[in-house]
Design a protein around this ligand. Structure first.
Ligand code: SF4
Length: 347
């Protein structure tokens, strides 16, 4: 299958049937993965603080500094959550919070070093999202390269591509004008990879973004991956797309239907021909997420907690066996996947 242009992708989105999209996505998936086989992780998002100055209008999670209800988790709280995760058979933690002006980069480096020291390789953790990373580097007056080096010294292996939502400057001006620009986001992501840390690509759909904005997001992701691979790096490990939850947010709106989500997963798989893993979001789609395996996804998380999306309406099923029965009923074998250590750090 040859590379699909933005115009061809637009045509597919507007005119291809579900069956056509599925067929193309399955062919693209088969370049990397066995058909009818999927991988998963059991993970917990640890929201260490809900204090944030970014004020994204699609967020129901944050409170401003000095507002009632703000919190910062203690180290004991964090350890208790990780212990709980281990007990339930999971081994992946994703730290995610707000842009809290009282917490400098060193606070996080100390926390990550303590987690690494206490748990060693028993858990892997996504230290921050790119969005938080940009904020912390900026506050510390460091370049992205310098901040990435600090994280690496603290034992960090991964910084996820979270906080990208829709990567167009106009979308950010409409919804998240205090967050950062697309240019800053992509520069930071490159710096993370160049520091031999691993990172991922993400996308959130279902706000008021146009089709062209969604396509621009995919184009930017594919271009970045081309550049990273050309320069000899590991590149973006995966692409995870989830859906906006509107409840309790200033922006409001409605949820998109599952079928739209599945079709977008298919188009992403077809377009992102240089990204190995396309991940489906159980956190925001629940059991409907598994149908996306038929549309090109190959991997998923089973989350135990994420206050950010739960505050906006996400619900979490803790009966993991009941959840895993769904992809099995769809005809997939499922296999637990451990987070990979960056190859450059193993050398
Ligand atoms: S989405 Fe993240 S950066 Fe934006 S307001 Fe919420 S916590 Fe802050």
């Amino acid at each position: 299958m040859s590379r699909v242009s933005v115009d061809e992708a637009r045509e597919l989105w507007l005119h291809a049937s579900d069956e056509e999209l599925k067929e193309l996505a399955q062919a693209a998936r088969a370049r990397f993965h066995e058909p009818n086989h999927a991988t998963y992780m059991v993970m917990r998002i640890v929201n260490y603080t809900n204090v944030c100055v970014a004020q994204c209008d699609y967020c129901a999670f944050y409170v401003l500094p000095n507002q009632e209800g703000g919190y910062v988790l203690s180290r004991e709280d964090v350890f208790a959550k990780i212990d709980d995760l281990l007990e339930l058979g999971g081994d992946l933690v994703a730290f995610n919070g707000g842009f809290n002006p009282r917490l400098p980069l060193e606070f996080y480096c100390d926390l990550f070093a303590a987690v690494r020291e206490r748990y060693g390789d028993r858990v892997e953790f996504y230290a921050l999202t790119i969005a938080e990373f940009v904020y912390l580097a900026d506050r510390a007056g460091l370049t992205h390269a310098e901040a990435a080096a600090r994280l690496r010294e603290a034992g960090v292996h991964w910084v996820t591509g979270g906080g990208s939502e829709i990567l167009t400057e106009d979308f950010r001006r409409r919804h998240a004008k205090f967050k950062y620009t697309v240019r800053e986001y992509l520069e930071a992501q490159r710096a993370i990879v160049e520091a031999d840390l691993r990172t991922t690509a993400t996308m959130v759909i279902g706000f008021d973004e146009t089709l062209d904005e969604r396509l621009e997001h995919l184009q930017r992701t594919r271009d970045l991956q081309d550049d990273l691979l050309r320069d000899g790096h590991d590149g973006l490990f995966s692409f995870l797309c989830w859906t906006y939850k509107p409840y309790g947010t200033a922006f409001g709106g409605r949820e998109i239907p599952p079928q739209e989500y599945w079709r977008w997963i298919a188009l992403s798989r077809i377009f992102l021909d240089n990204v190995r893993h396309v991940r489906t979001s159980v956190l925001t789609q629940n059991e409907d997420a598994f149908r996306a395996l038929d549309y090109g996804a190959d991997d998923f998380d089973l989350p135990l907690e994420d206050e950010v999306t739960q505050k906006a309406g996400a619900t979490i099923e803790l009966d993991l066996e009941a959840l895993l029965a769904v992809p099995r009923e769809l005809g997939y074998t499922v296999e637990y996947r451990r987070a990979e250590r960056p190859a450059a750090q193993l050398a």
